[in-house]
Design a protein around this ligand. Structure first.
Ligand code: F6P
Length: 325
């Protein structure tokens, strides 16, 4: 392989830059020309390609976001869009692409691979919701950001004897909420994977904890819980106040969770994954997803990866409920 492309797609995640850097440097060391594709598949269809050199990726390892920008493209999902992208690859001599993103981005990578442009996916999303991976780039940084923000909220919540109800991201998955909830010592954690009963899992828990002398509370809610129109965090805060008498406030942490300098873990894993992705392409292997399983870097067929299922660790959930009282 003489020329490859690298793109970031879907929601950005801290550590994507470290992955781009690893891809570019591994390729350069192996005399492979690299194009950075600006704004994901949209940029590929439009031919927004930037030649990358060793020094193009200087001073990015510590930066959040993605220097290649990101986009979600509906047009790319059409056959016409796909053909436009393939024409650009042929025009620039691109023989393989490293795609850094989530499940949606991997579907695009699979479709391109099937049409003769081998692609290797790298899991980059704060949600940690990619079935074939124990860990996705950005997840650790995001968890630490949530923890820091909620610790701050706790200071004011404790000063006023309040209950703070905090919604965190995660799309349809509760990994962020569960782990952040444990890390901040939340009294209740609501995630989409586990059915809940507000009386049993929130109001009664708060009442029981009140009896032990505690006067301030944290409730962490995954956005997957509110997404179905079940209940908003504002409604939940109001209900908690009515049911328990504890003054309550609601907040949605939103995009602050996606920014910031990546943690050590995200930088190291992203570097390992970027390196492995180029190794695969150099061996002429495409249609793969690089993943982390039991702390090892492995890879899967994209089709297989997209059909895998991942489950929340119910022991962790059970433990969270026991020790949060
Ligand atoms: O997938 C990352 C993520 O931040 C999700 O947690 C969230 O549901 C979604 O992206 C938000 O997307 P947008 O930035 O388009 O609002």
């Amino acid at each position: 392989m003489k020329t490859i492309g690298v793109l970031t797609s879907g929601g950005d995640a801290p550590g994507m830059n470290a992955a781009v850097r690893a891809v570019v440097r591994t390729a350069c060391e192996n005399h492979i020309k690299v194009y950075g594709i600006d704004r994901g598949y949209k940029g590929l269809m439009e031919g927004s390609l930037i030649p990358m050199e060793i020094r193009t990726v200087c001073d990015i390892i510590h930066r959040g976001g993605t220097m290649l920008h990101s986009a979600r493209s509906k047009e790319f999902a059409t056959e016409e869009g796909m053909q436009k992208a393939i024409e650009i690859c042929h025009a620039y001599g691109i023989e393989g692409i490293v795609v850094i993103g989530g499940d949606g981005s991997f579907r695009g990578a699979r479709d391109l691979s099937e049409r003769g442009i081998p692609c290797v996916g790298i899991p980059g999303t704060i949600d940690n919701d990619i079935a074939c991976c124990d860990y996705t780039i950005g997840y650790d940084t995001c968890l630490n950001t949530i923890m820091e923000m909620v610790d701050r909220i706790r200071d004011t919540s404790a000063s006023h004897d309040r209950c703070s109800v905090i919604e965190v991201m995660g799309r349809r998955a509760g990994y962020l909420a569960l782990n952040a909830g444990i890390a901040v010592g939340a009294t209740a954690i609501l995630i989409p994977e586990v059915e809940f009963d507000l009386k049993r899992d929130v109001f009664d828990r708060i009442r029981r904890t009140q009896k032990t002398g505690k006067k301030h509370f944290l409730v962490i809610v995954a956005e997957g819980v509110t997404a179905d129109g079940n209940i908003t965090v504002d409604e939940l805060a109001k209900a908690i106040e009515e049911e328990t008498g504890v003054e309550s406030r609601a907040m949605v942490l939103a995009h602050v969770q996606r920014g910031g300098s990546p943690t050590v873990r995200d930088r190291v894993v992203a570097s390992q994954m970027g390196y492995r992705a180029v190794e695969l392409l150099m061996d002429g292997i495409g249609n793969r997803v690089v993943a982390m399983q039991k702390d090892q870097i492995v890879d899967y067929d994209i089709f297989e990866a997209l059909n895998m299922k991942k489950h929340i660790d119910m022991n962790l959930y059970k433990m969270a409920n026991i020790i949060s009282i």
